[in-house]
Structure formats: structure tokens, C-alpha cells
Design a protein around this ligand. Structure first.
Ligand SMILES: Nc1ncnc2c1ncn2[C@@H]1O[C@H](COP(=O)(O)OP(=O)(O)OP(=O)(O)O)[C@@H](O)[C@H]1O
Ligand SMILES: [Mg+2]
Length: 215
């Protein structure tokens, strides 16, 4: 099997990463794409008391098991299957559920910190940053958390100002300049989806073109 194409889709929370990944998969039924979500890789906090777990900053890179993300992406890149962990957000612990993920020709990694760690960043063949103004991302997050997660408006605002925004500014926003492609996703744009899917198809069939030199 040809070496799988690893694609990073990153950007701030509420930018639309998961939406774009889903749409690219829907648009490209001919491509065998598997998706790995960063959210499965939060560190297990079962050794902490519940009150201590709630005090952890989940928007900080240290809350993620970066070593396991790297190991799993390296395995998929080499064409090997992985046993993906699962995470329970209510108790902040890793569950017993293990999901075996086969290596497919294309693997998309969806996460706010996909490009933060240089040893992970270098594994990707292509990286995309989904760029949306902070106010729009906040509104999307507020709407989602209140409607779908039963959160209070005050609670969402407090979390946003307390950790989401400062961590975004410090760790996520600076990775924008490291991406190969920046997608503007303030409005719905089917063309961005088809262009990304077509670029992935092109790289899959003509991998040498990724090293094309322009003069
Ligand atoms: N172009 C768009 N216009 C309006 N709403 C959008 C657009 N794209 C996505 N949304 C909506 O915005 C919300 C956030 O999108 P999504 O969950 O894809 O973001 P995300 O980047 O994966 O966020 P997170 O990092 O928190 O997982 C969802 O409710 C989604 O339906
Ligand atoms: Mg998401």
C-alpha cells in the first residue's frame, strides 16, 4: 500500500473544523478517508479528585497526550492500524472503549493543536487552518454549548474569557502561519470544500507534486 496521506485540519474552537472534515468526506465518497479527533487524546485524570479535575485547564496543550497522538499518527502513516482511546468528558477519564482504526489512504486529523507540537506537525503531508474571526467563533460556541450541551450563558462566557480565549491566543492562533492552506470559513463556502478535497485527491495520486518547486 502507498504511504497514507496525512492531513491536519486545525483552527480555533468553533471555527468549523469538524464540519469541514465531514463535508470533505461527504464530497469525496471515492476517497477512503478516516478521521482522527484530537478530543480522544485528553489525558486520563482518574488519579485526581473530582474537584481537582474540574480545576484543570483543558485548553492548555499539557492536557493532551501528545506522545500518544504522535505514536498513533506515525503508525497510521506507516500503514498500521491503531487502537484509539476514548474519553469521557463528564468524568475527565479515559474509558475502557478502544476503537481499532485501520490505516486508510487518507487520514484527516481534526484538532485545535494539530500544528502546535513540531514533532507532530512534521508528520502531516498537508495542513489546513480554518480561519474565522474570534467573535463569530465565540457566538457559534455559545449557541452550541447552550443549545446542545445544556450550559448557561454565564458559564460559557466565563470559560471563554478564563481559558478558551487566552489559550487560543497563546497556542492556537500562532500556528496559523505554519499551515499550508488557510481556509476562510466565516460563511458557508462549498468551493473551499471541493478545492480541499480535490487537492487531497491530486496529492494522493501524484505524491511527488507535493515537493514541486516554483521558479
Ligand atoms: N460556515 C459556517 N457558518 C455557520 N455556522 C457554521 C459554519 N460552519 C460550522 N458552523 C457551525 O458552527 C458550530 C461549530 O462548528 P464545528 O463543530 O465544526 O467547529 P470546530 O472547529 O470543530 O469546533 P471545536 O474545536 O470546538 O470542535 C457548529 O454548530 C456548526 O454547525
Ligand atoms: Mg470539532
Amino acid at each position: 500500500m502507498q504511504k497514507p496521506l496525512l492531513v491536519a485540519v486545525t483552527g480555533g474552537s468553533g471555527s468549523g473544523k469538524s464540519t469541514i472534515v465531514r463535508k470533505v468526506c461527504e464530497y469525496s465518497p471515492d476517497l477512503r478517508i478516516s478521521v482522527l479527533q484530537q478530543d480522544h487524546y485528553y489525558r486520563d485524570l482518574s488519579h485526581l479528585k473530582p474537584a481537582e479535575r474540574d480545576a484543570v485547564n483543558f485548553d492548555h496543550p499539557d492536557s493532551l497526550d501528545m506522545a500518544l497522538i504522535r505514536t498513533h499518527l506515525e503508525a497510521l502513516a506507516a500503514g498500521h492500524a491503531i487502537d484509539r482511546p476514548s474519553y469521557d468528558f463528564a468524568s475527565h477519564t479515559r474509558t475502557k472503549e478502544i476503537v481499532t482504526m485501520e490505516a486508510t489512504p487518507i487520514v484527516m486529523f481534526d484538532g485545535i493543536l494539530a500544528l502546535f507540537d513540531s514533532s507532530i506537525r512534521r508528520l502531516f503531508d498537508v495542513s489546513v487552518y480554518v480561519d474565522v474571526p474570534d467573535d463569530v467563533r465565540f457566538i457559534r460556541r455559545l449557541r452550541r454549548d447552550v443549545r446542545e450541551r445544556g450550559r448557561s450563558v454565564e458559564g460559557v462566557i466565563e470559560q471563554y474569557l478564563g481559558s478558551v480565549k487566552p489559550m487560543h491566543d497563546e497556542f492556537v492562533a500562532p500556528t496559523r502561519r505554519m499551515a499550508d492552506l488557510v481556509i476562510s470559513w466565516e460563511r458557508w463556502n462549498d468551493r473551499s470544500i471541493s478545492m480541499l478535497a480535490n487537492a487531497m485527491r491530486e496529492l494522493l495520486h501524484n505524491p511527488d507534486k507535493s515537493g514541486l518547486k516554483f521558479s
